[in-house]
Design a protein around this ligand. Structure first.
Ligand code: HEC
Ligand SMILES: [Cu+2]
Length: 342
């Protein structure tokens, strides 16, 4: 658990945390913010109610069997034959089997109906987002017919409220799964196969998504932020993302940019508007506008940024950013530059 931001294993911490996340909040299927999640939530309640009912019936029956008066058989004695015993046994068995089949039938029908209603919600699109899962972060693209108007960011999906969105899912290495419980169920991202998901957010807010298919060492640190805005705020966000990275505004930032462009960083990261154009690691063009770094492992701020660059392997052991070895004086300038990339 070294470097983990929150340890659920510490006594007294996990339980309230689990209780809180289960009921409402940025990552909860019981606090739906969209049509799909609302329907899946209803299905969850049907299953819970059905299973609770069966559980109560079985417990009550057990209680009845334990407390009713018994006819005791003396040692060596024989059980008195009951009139119609076999018939009652058969009838009882038939009733149990019929009850079980009926309940399962209700569950299957409800599940089918919910699934069907989800596909009905998915018949139009106004915004397309491509999400690509990689060990252990997400590339998020907004394609446009005009390539100069397409956007690439990382670990953050922005959506307009009340607008149907088609999310295309791809995987670069192993199987991942995108799960934003407040908006929809899970769907796998599979190498070599295109999957898609439709989202219909019906209220604004910031939600949390998580990779839901074990994908290696840092699977637990593969989260993303989902921000649902008003249409106007979404369009403004898009315009801001379309702009190239701002030029350095002072001497420290200029030195930081020079350091970035002459070091190993450019082998992996791109910053639009500079010669750095690699795309094997998160795009950093508007890094400072994001809420978190390293796929939700740390909240975005200058301190965490410096800590990450100084030793990414301590924060997310095994992740694919190596320790580059930046001297402390250079680190300050580098962070000043990256923090200016609003
Ligand atoms: C060998 C490729 C590679 C090199 C070289 C590299 N990085 Fe990274 N970097 C990555 C990968 C991969 C990630 C994503 C790690 C993760 O979240 O699992 C990352 C993440 C980051 C992030 C967080 C981005 C985000 O949105 O989460 C920052 C900031 C960053 N790197 C800065 C740098 C700087 C500065 C340098 C040069 C000193 C550098 N990187 C060198 C591969 C690299
Ligand atoms: Cu995973």
């Amino acid at each position: 658990m070294r470097g983990a931001p929150v340890s659920l294993l510490r006594p007294g911490r996990g339980v309230p945390f689990l209780v809180l996340t289960a009921c409402s909040g940025p990552q909860s299927m019981l606090d739906p913010a969209g049509g799909q999640a609302a329907r899946i939530g209803v299905m969850g309640w049907i299953l819970l109610a059905g299973c609770a009912f069966v559980y109560a019936v079985v417990l009550l029956w057990l209680l009845w069997a334990l407390t009713r008066r018994h006819r005791w058989v003396e040692p060596g004695g024989t059980l008195p034959r009951q009139a119609g015993g076999e018939r009652r046994l058969t009838n009882g068995l038939v009733a149990w089997v019929a009850g079980t089949v009926l309940i399962l039938f209700v569950f299957v029908t409800a599940s089918y109906a919910v699934d069907k209603s989800l596909t009905h919600l998915a018949n139009r699109e106004e915004v397309v987002v491509e999400v690509e899962g990689k060990q252990w972060w997400w590339t998020v693209r907004y394609p446009d017919d005009d390539p100069s108007r397409s956007i690439t960011t990382a670990n953050e999906i922005h959506l307009p409220v009340g607008v149907p969105v088609r999310v295309k899912l791809k995987a670069a290495d192993v199987i991942h799964s995108l799960w934003i419980p407040n908006l929809h169920g899970k769907l796998d991202l599979i190498p070599g196969r295109d999957n898609e998901l439709f989202l219909n957010a019906d209220r604004e807010g910031t939600f949390r998504g998580q990779c839901a298919e074990f994908c290696g060492l840092q699977h637990a640190h593969m989260a993303l932020d989902v921000i649902v805005h008003s249409r106007a705020a979404f369009d403004a966000w898009k315009e801001a993302q379309l702009a190239p990275a701002p030029a350095p505004a002072d001497e420290a930032q200029a030195r930081g940019q020079a350091l970035f462009l002459t070091s190993a960083c450019t082998m992996c990261h791109g910053i639009r508007g500079t010669p750095a154009s690699a795309s094997v690691a998160p795009d950093l063009t508007h890094l400072a506008s994001r809420r978190s770094i390293a796929a939700g492992a740390l909240p975005y701020n200058r301190g965490n940024l410096a800590g990450w660059i100084a030793d990414p392997q301590r924060i997310k052991p095994g992740n694919h950013m190596p320790l580059v070895g930046v001297p402390p004086s250079d680190l300050q300038a580098l962070v000043a530059y990256l923090d200016s990339l609003k």
